[in-house]
Design a protein around this ligand. Structure first.
Ligand code: AMP
Ligand code: ZN
Length: 488
């Protein structure tokens, strides 16, 4: 299939642009991955899920995507934490790489093509620093290698606003050994035999933070790549420095399309470890589920700020339920003996797939695409209450479900299990220790009260059920079904 034309907001130009990959139909995509010093929080999960969405959406729209997402397993935070715990930094980092992989599975992420670690890319990092020295962009002082920022004429082309303050900096007294205050570390010396240090032409040491992504992108994707992604906080200095390093070392444009996801905030502040206002992915999964977290994070466009609240979690739970109730019903209808309903006017659902594609091709508008998907679900529930759809319309819905799964990863392979897990979760959240038979008994009592026109008692029982987290549904045939909706 010919890839669908995509328009992307490019942070390099601050404009929406037609996306033109270097090789037609193929995308080289790099996303900055997590630093593995502790459990990740749900803000980190937003960055991971957005990277996964870019990967999935482009694939579903017909592109061949080579996706590299790194693990930062060499970092001062890792070294400090390992020291506190009296373990080796690499063992500590490795433990949290594994925890992060478990989180990614909970989040239903598609594996990236390459997931390199800094500790395994040391050779390429050293070669790139050597190239930078050779090309005159880096200098060595006492075993430390620094990038000399003023020599890179395009410095500031991504972050814009910072360029001004940088120019002010030129007149500022240069501190310590740096030739310019904006010069940044490529390699820092360590004591011989210090944990997490490697031999290099400049003595024992370890790389600065930024060089890893330039080296990994080059190793796994080549000198020039198509899309680079990360959280908006990484634009400066991390991504600006990646550009400076890669372009000075390779002599060509590093990346043309830069995508940044906005932050997940906690009240007025960003969620971050240093502020101590974090909910870890693992805590969330234990209380709710990875599927609910994915749904919550996907429901807001990647370039919009997002607030963490009970309301968004509740909406996430309801959306997961709505989607999976529909999928279960559809699968049952397909195979049932219900009367077949033929429809003349299919345009309402026939268009859904192309509308979803158009939304996704418009700067990855996943919430827009989901709006059409939910529209299709409403149509289905309205039209096929007691009749099943004919073959043609079943085929259309099958394609819609398949497309939604591939592009968003929101539909479980076992929708029945998802629904039963949701029931258990809601029951737990409602704090209800009541058993199903106790609830059935109350419902029978309420029915009797209603039959005897004792509406006061019927209402009292209804309220009691609500306080237990139970919602009643009066069906047209007079029967009553109930479900847990959690505490109010
Ligand atoms: P770190 O482990 O700090 O390097 O962060 C890993 C990724 O998570 C980066 O792309 C960050 O931009 C992103 N990130 C960190 N906190 C948040 C947040 N509150 N909302 C969205 N993304 C975040
Ligand atoms: Zn990076």
């Amino acid at each position: 299939m010919n890839p669908v034309k995509v328009t992307l907001f490019n942070n390099l130009t601050r404009k929406k642009e037609e996306f033109t990959p270097l090789v037609s139909g193929e995308v080289k995509f790099y996303s900055c991955g997590p630093t593995t010093y502790d459990f990740l929080h749900v803000g980190n999960a937003r960055a991971l899920v957005v990277g996964d969405l870019i990967h999935r959406v482009l694939r579903t729209l017909g592109y061949k995507v080579t996706f590299t997402r790194n693990f930062t397993d060499v970092d001062d935070r890792i070294i400090d934490r390992a020291k506190e715990l009296n373990v080796s930094p690499l063992d500590h980092a490795d433990r949290f790489v594994k925890e992060c992989q478990i989180d990614m599975e909970h989040l239903g992420m598609m594996p990236a093509t390459y997931t390199p670690k800094v500790s395994e890319t040391m050779k390429e990092i050293i070669v790139m620093i050597e190239d930078l020295i050779k090309n005159g962009f880096a200098y060595v002082i006492n075993g430390e290698v620094l990038y000399h920022v003023p020599l890179f004429k395009d410095y500031g082309k991504l972050s814009k606003a910072q360029l001004e303050s940088l120019q002010h900096g030129i007149r500022v007294e240069v501190d310590g050994h740096k030739k310019h205050p904006s010069d940044f570390v490529l390699w820092k010396p360590t004591k011989t035999n210090e944990a997490a240090s490697w031999e290099s032409p400049w003595g024992f040491g370890r790389p600065g933070w930024h060089i890893e992504c330039s080296a990994m992108a080059k190793k796994f994707l080549g000198k020039s790549i198509d899309i680079h992604h990360g959280g908006v906080d990484l634009m400066f200095p991390h991504h600006e420095n990646e550009i400076a390093q890669s372009e000075a070392a390779n002599g060509r444009e590093f990346c043309h399309h830069w995508c940044h996801n906005e932050f997940l905030n906690f009240g007025a502040e960003k969620m971050s470890k240093s502020l101590g206002n974090v909910v870890t992915i693992r805590q969330f999964v234990e209380k709710f589920s990875g599927q609910v977290l994915r749904q919550v994070l996907i429901s807001v466009h990647y370039r919009s700020k997002m607030d963490w609240s009970d309301d968004v979690i509740e909406k996430g739970i309801n959306d997961v339920e709505r989607i999976h109730q529909f999928v279960v019903k559809f699968n049952k209808d397909k195979n049932s003996n219900l009367q077949v309903k033929k429809r003349d006017n299919l345009s309402e659902v026939e268009n859904v797939l192309s509308l979803m594609k158009a939304e996704l091709a418009n700067d990855f508008n996943v919430p827009g695409a989901l709006g059409h998907f939910f529209g299709a679900i409403r149509f289905y529930n309205r039209e096929f209450n007691s009749e099943r759809p004919d073959k043609l319309i079943s085929k259309i819905f099958e394609e819609i479900i398949k497309f939604t799964q591939e592009s968003t990863g929101l539909i479980s392979v076992n929708p029945e299990k998802t629904l039963s897990d949701l029931e258990v979760m809601k029951k737990r959240l409602s704090g209800g220790t009541s058993t199903d038979s106790q609830i059935e008994e109350l419902i029978t009592k309420r029915k009797e009260a209603k039959k005897n026109k004792d509406f006061a008692t019927a209402d009292k029982i209804r309220n009691e059920l609500i306080s237990m987290g139970v919602t009643l549904k009066d069906n047209p045939d007079g029967s009553i079904t109930w479900s847990y909706t959690g505490s109010s």
